[in-house]
Design a protein. Structure first.
Length: 187
C-alpha cells in the first residue's frame, strides 16, 4: 500500500496539484518549495533584501548573518568538520562543474574517474570532459538486472588509479537506491 510522505504537507504546491488530480514528478529539474522556505523568502524580500558579505547597511548585515547561520545549520546537519566546508551553489549541476574544474590540476594522465552507467548528465558530463582534457580514463560501473550498481563488478573496476568515484545515491531514471557503502569502503 502506498504511504505518502508526511513531508508532503509542508509543500503547498503539491497540495494544489493534488487538488487538480496531478502529481509532480520533475523535482530533478525544479523542486517545489516547502512553506518554511516560502515564508523565509517572503520575510527577506519584505524586510529589505541585500547582498551578503558586501553591504555596510543593516539589511546587508542581517542578510549576511542569516546566510552564515544557514551555513552553520547545514554543517551541523551534515556532520561537517567546519561550516567553512559548506559551499552554496545554484544546484547540483553547478556544484559538480565547480568540483571537476577545481580538482582538475590534481590529475595526471592515465588516472581514472569512476561513474555509474545510470548517472544524470550533471554527474557525467563534467567528469567526461575532464577526462578528455587531462587524458584520464572514464570508468563506467555496470548495472545489475536490479537497476543497482553491480557491486562485484564495480569493486573490480575501482582500483589504485581511481581518483574520483562519482555516483548518485538514487537514480532519477530508475528510482533505485544504490549500494554505496561497499563502494565507499573499497574506495
Amino acid at each position: 500500500m502506498f504511504q505518502p510522505s508526511s513531508w508532503r504537507a509542508d509543500f503547498p504546491a503539491i497540495a494544489a496539484l493534488h487538488r487538480q488530480h496531478q502529481t509532480y514528478l520533475d523535482s530533478a529539474a525544479t523542486t517545489q518549495k516547502p512553506q518554511a522556505l516560502l515564508d523565509a523568502l517572503n520575510h527577506y524580500y519584505v524586510h529589505g533584501a541585500a547582498n551578503v558579505h558586501r553591504a555596510q547597511h543593516l539589511p546587508g548585515a542581517l542578510a549576511t548573518q542569516a546566510f552564515e547561520a544557514s551555513r552553520d545549520k547545514a554543517a551541523a546537519w551534515l556532520n561537517a568538520g567546519a561550516s567553512g566546508q559548506i559551499v552554496f551553489t545554484h544546484g547540483a549541476t553547478s556544484a559538480l562543474n565547480l568540483l571537476a574544474y577545481g580538482l582538475e590540476h590534481r590529475f595526471e594522465a592515465g588516472e581514472e574517474i569512476a561513474v555509474s552507467a545510470l548517472e544524470h548528465h550533471a554527474n557525467l558530463l563534467p567528469w567526461q570532459q575532464l577526462a578528455k582534457r587531462r587524458g584520464l580514463k572514464l570508468v563506467i560501473l555496470p548495472l545489475a538486472d536490479s537497476g543497482q550498481i553491480d557491486v562485484e563488478a564495480a569493486l573490480q573496476l575501482i582500483g589504485p588509479r581511481t581518483r574520483v568515484l562519482a555516483v548518485s545515491q538514487l537514480s532519477n531514471v530508475l528510482g533505485t537506491w544504490q549500494p554505496l557503502q561497499p563502494l565507499l569502503n573499497h574506495a
